[in-house]
Ligand binder design. Structure first.
Ligand SMILES: Cc1cc2nc3c(=O)[nH]c(=O)nc-3n(C[C@H](O)[C@H](O)[C@H](O)COP(=O)(O)OP(=O)(O)OC[C@H]3O[C@@H](n4cnc5c(N)ncnc54)[C@H](O)[C@@H]3O)c2cc1C
Length: 544
């Protein structure tokens, strides 16, 4: 067993006994077999249990008062705790902590849907409520609201949102959909944010600010508190949701195209996520591959010519529009007219789904859309049926080999042609320097307002040397991107320090501010040491 730093086996055992008295002996888990289930099954430290971040155990309460008691015991015995909601954060560390010996605080037994208001479109839930649970609740109660879910339906509304997770529907930026938190602070005290601080508030899930500084965002991607309840905005069930394809012929069209898409995001015409892709660069045609592999990556005029010859558009996207039929039709007319100045642009209507009749008819893969269900607020696990990640990893042909796991490298850029091309240039140049296989056409996801997230999927294989090289390569890619002003939106526990260190403006003023807060709210350093690069005073600067 890996004990927390500075804690003896006797002290650990004494803390375990105290926790058992709170939650019952069955719910403090310290056997190797139990601990195994909390390890990161995609760990890049595959086969290296010294380097791998392995918890000392797990404790699983059912009530807020138990969480408070556990936190107080953890303070007394200096046992670090790593809270998880459903613990499915695969690709970003799974349910394992950032530091070995940390005990997992597993909140998945706290799984009540506490309120849903279908007229004001909000919900209040506990951490263990998964997307699949919540969807079932909505359908069972015939509630005319949608949730916005991540690709794997077994994830939780709260855990996903706290890691700044994303989906494909109208509330795709999940943290931005939070309205009101209940938090156990690192000293065991219970606090409600926003309107929830007013005893008996009637607006906790409708008015996020309450009075004074807006504190809730401090609990996303941080280690300042344990969220025990969260309010979420929901989406009114639309009459219709319909997908549409837009195909843009030339390389340089990307500039006016993204300018217009951004304008349509800002004025609310487009309010679901969409993905910009290059069907041309992604094609299997050997001439394309040869041009991209060349040092100059292929000139734009040469690739434009290939696009014409092969009749494959340079850029393509699929959008969803939802609302009443009248609104959807009008928006689609408007989208076409606003993009009509791009010579040769092509439009195609895709499937239309009507609600509530079509919930069981929407299927991933319909009309070539592997995310059709999540785009319509229907959680699914089908992403795991596409090879791990449904990604740009080779799953067919001679290089085909499903990886043991995946890690994500996901730089963000503004929704402009200059930045979209710019970040890909930096990535390819760095890949060449590192001798990595060249990524041809990563997708750019419009999950955040006027921002594109490039999602590069890195394979984790059963070869420790390859994994170490991959980890170093991602560090180098992240550094190169940061030098050009492109940061990451989220990362795996193994890269948290690297990503945080890139946000270094004015001698790391931001990190120093985080540390000031950390020292004030968690002087014993018991909550999630190292999460998002924020370390408590006693561990700061140590190589952990
Ligand atoms: C193939 C594949 C596809 C994926 N697709 C998506 C996608 O579309 N969108 C997306 O966002 N992610 C995606 N992911 C990543 C991940 O699977 C999801 O984000 C998942 O929802 C996270 O797991 P969870 O909800 O169980 O959160 P958890 O693992 O429970 O929590 C995430 C992190 O938040 C913190 N945390 C959790 N609960 C609390 C709490 N109550 N208080 C304080 N801190 C807490 C913890 O540090 C934890 O590590 C994908 C992963 C894979 C492998």
């Amino acid at each position: 067993m890996k004990l927390p730093p500075g804690v003896s086996a006797e002290q650990f055992q004494a803390a375990v006994q105290r926790m058992q008295a709170v939650v019952g002996t069955d719910w403090v888990l310290t056997d190797d077999a139990d601990i195994w289930t909390y390890r990161d099954s995609y760990t890049p430290f595959y086969g290296d249990q010294v380097a791998e971040y392995i918890p000392s155990g797990a404790v699983a309460p059912t009530e807020v008062a138990q969480v408070q008691q556990i936190v107080r015991i953890a303070n007394e015995f200096r046992i670090p705790l790593w809270p998880i909601s459903t613990g499915r954060n695969l690709g970003y560390g799974g349910s394992a902590p950032r530091m070995s010996g940390t005990m997992v605080l597993d909140l998945k037994r706290m799984n009540k849907v506490l309120a849903v208001d279908e007229h004001r479109c909000y919900a209040l839930v506990e951490p263990g409520v998964s997307y699949l649970d919540f969807y079932k609740y909505l359908r069972d109660h015939k509630l005319k609201v949608w949730l916005d879910c991540a690709d794997p339906g077994w994830g939780s509304l709260i855990g996903n949102a706290l890691d700044h997770g994303v989906g494909h529907g109208p509330n795709r930026d999940h943290f931005a959909s939070i309205c009101g938190l209940e938090v156990v602070l690192p000293n065991g005290e219970l606090m409600r944010t926003g309107s929830g601080a007013l005893p008996g508030s009637k607006a906790w899930q409708t008015f996020p600010y309450g009075y004074g500084p807006h504190i809730a965002p401090m609990f996303g991607q941080s280690n300042f508190g344990i969220v025990t309840k969260a309010g979420f905005y929901l989406i009114p069930e639309p009459e219709v949701a319909r997908s549409y394809h837009i195909m843009v012929p030339r390389h340089d069209d990307i500039h006016p195209f993204l300018d217009q898409m951004a304008a349509m995001v800002c004025d609310g015409t487009l309010n679901q996520s969409w993905q910009i892709d290059s069907p041309l660069l992604g094609s299997r045609d050997p001439k394309i591959a040869a041009a991209v592999e060349r040092a100059d990556g292929g000139s734009s005029s040469e690739l434009d010519q290939m696009s014409r010859d092969l009749n494959i558009p340079y850029w393509g996207t699929r959008i969803y529009l939802h609302g009443s039929s009248k609104v959807v039709d009008a928006k689609w007319q408007d989208v076409q007219s606003r993009l009509s100045n791009l010579e040769g642009v092509k439009f195609k209507s895709g499937n239309a789904y009507h609600f509530p009749d079509d919930y069981d008819k929407v299927k991933d893969g319909d009309d070539g859309d592997v995310f059709a269900q999540t785009a319509c607020g229907i959680p699914t696990m089908s992403i795991y049926g596409m090879g791990i990640g449904g990604s740009n990893l080779p799953t067919r042909g001679p290089r085909a080999r499903l990886p043991h796991g995946i890690g994500f490298f996901s730089p963000i850029v503004s929704m402009s042609g200059e930045d979209w091309l710019g970040v890909q240039k930096v990535v390819r140049q760095t890949e060449r320097e590192l001798g990595m296989p060249l990524s041809r056409s990563a997708g750019g996801w419009a999950w955040f307002r006027c921002t594109l997230v490039l999602l590069y999927v890195q394979p984790i294989v059963d070869d420790p040397e390859k994994n170490l090289r991959m980890m170093d390569n991602v560090r180098a890619l992240a550094k190169a991107c940061a030098r050009h002003g492109y940061s990451e939106y989220r990362t795996h526990t193994v890269w948290m320090d690297d990503v945080m260190s890139a946000f270094s403006f004015n001698d790391n003023a931001l990190l120093r501010f985080h540390e000031t807060i950390k020292d004030a709210v968690d002087p014993n350093g018991i909550l999630a040491p190292g999460r998002n690069g924020i370390w408590p005073k006693n561990l700061r600067g140590k190589k952990i």
